[in-house]
Design a protein around this ligand. Structure first.
Ligand code: TXA
Ligand code: MG
Length: 317
């Protein structure tokens, strides 16, 4: 891929014009930054996989500005999905729905379904509105790296590989959207994320977490790959006493260690929301500092803790 300095801009119209020309644009959302291409331009979508080094069999989420855009994306909207949309759109929720035949195979990796999300971040909304087309976008990191929660992290991973970064503030959640398959008899969470399972169950009580069923694993290809990992080795602990203090070691968690200053980097979070917000940014900071080991404290798997534990376990695997 030819190296060309990536354009940095805060102008949504400039960024949207590039999307319409078939170029790649990274943009802020409330979860993490996305790497967007016109969802109906297969050639543009292929560039995403090339820029990220992403396996071609991992489908992309399509981002929309308003519900009218669903007509060309999905065949129908099941009742459960309709209820989730009413409560959580716009927001950090991705719904897997029966795919319309107009959606390119490049977006869905040939699956009979398509993932759709309507972000609520004001810059994302203005950008998607200006694009005038649905935008296919994975997280804007090199494949296998932690998702970017700041434009600087996108720049570090993708400068010279994409046309433009639409600059915004730091993402306010720091964890990706919850992915829910709505094509079966009951909704199934394929990837825990920023909308907790408990909140989904308030709307559709039958909603369950994906188990080890092969049919559904096949439907959630992204969960097969090593993800969210910094260069340092990630070690999960129940209590900071298990973390070996060393200037090359880092610690992140809810409970402060006895000697925080003995670690090269230390992040004490007052609650699980802050932990989720800080995690990917902390991983990247540890890489920059050359940490060799990151101790991360486990949290209970309730609320946002379910998604946080999923990311921690993947990073440690
Ligand atoms: O918060 C987010 O979801 C961010 C922002 C940019 O929207 N996006 C994101 O995309 O995290 P990505 O590509 O990193 O993760 C998308 C996940 C993958 O695990 C993928 O396999 C799954 O969603 N996915 C996408 N389309 C799917 C489909 N049709 N069926 C099953 N899983 C799907
Ligand atoms: Mg990703």
């Amino acid at each position: 891929m030819a190296f060309r300095e990536t354009l940095l801009t805060t102008d949504v119209h400039e960024a949207a014009a590039l999307i319409r020309q078939g170029e790649l644009v990274a943009f802020p959302t409330e979860t993490v930054y996305g790497l967007g291409a016109d969802a109906f331009n297969p050639e543009a979508v292929r560039k995403i996989f090339e820029a990220k080094g992403r396996p071609l069999d991992n489908p992309l989420i399509v981002h929309i500005a308003h519900l009218d855009q669903l007509a060309r994306l999905v065949r129908d909207v099941p009742e459960a999905a309709r209820r989730f949309m009413e409560r959580f759109f716009p927001g950090p929720l991705t719904l897997v729905l029966p795919r319309h035949s107009d959606v390119p195979d490049e977006v869905t990796a040939g699956l009979p379904t398509v993932g759709v999300r309507m972000p609520r971040h004001p810059v994302a909304r203005a950008f998607l509105e200006a694009c005038g087309t649905p935008v296919a976008a994975p997280s804007a990191n090199r494949s296998g790296r932690p998702s970017p929660t700041r434009w600087e992290a996108v720049y570090a991973d993708l400068n010279g590989r994409i046309a433009c970064i639409l600059q915004g503030d730091r993402s306010d959640m720091g964890l990706e959207s919850t992915v829910v398959d709505c094509t079966g008899p009951e909704p199934v969470v394929l990837r825990a994320g920023a909308v907790p399972l408990e909140a989904l169950r308030e709307v559709v009580p039958e909603t369950r977490l994906v188990g080890n069923e092969m049919s559904l694993k096949a439907r959630s290809p992204g969960t097969r790959y090593r993800h969210y990992a910094p260069q340092a080795r990630v070690v999960l602990v129940d209590h900071p006493d298990e973390a070996v203090p060393d200037p090359r070691h880092a610690y992140i968690g809810l409970t402060p260690p006895a000697h925080p200053e003995a670690f090269g980097a230390c992040c004490i979070c007052p609650d699980v929301e802050t932990y989720a917000y800080e995690l990917f940014d902390f991983f990247r900071r540890c890489d920059t500092q050359g940490c060799t080991r990151i101790y991360a404290q486990r949290v209970p798997r309730t609320g946002l803790g379910l998604a946080l534990m999923d990311r921690l376990e993947r990073a440690a695997s």
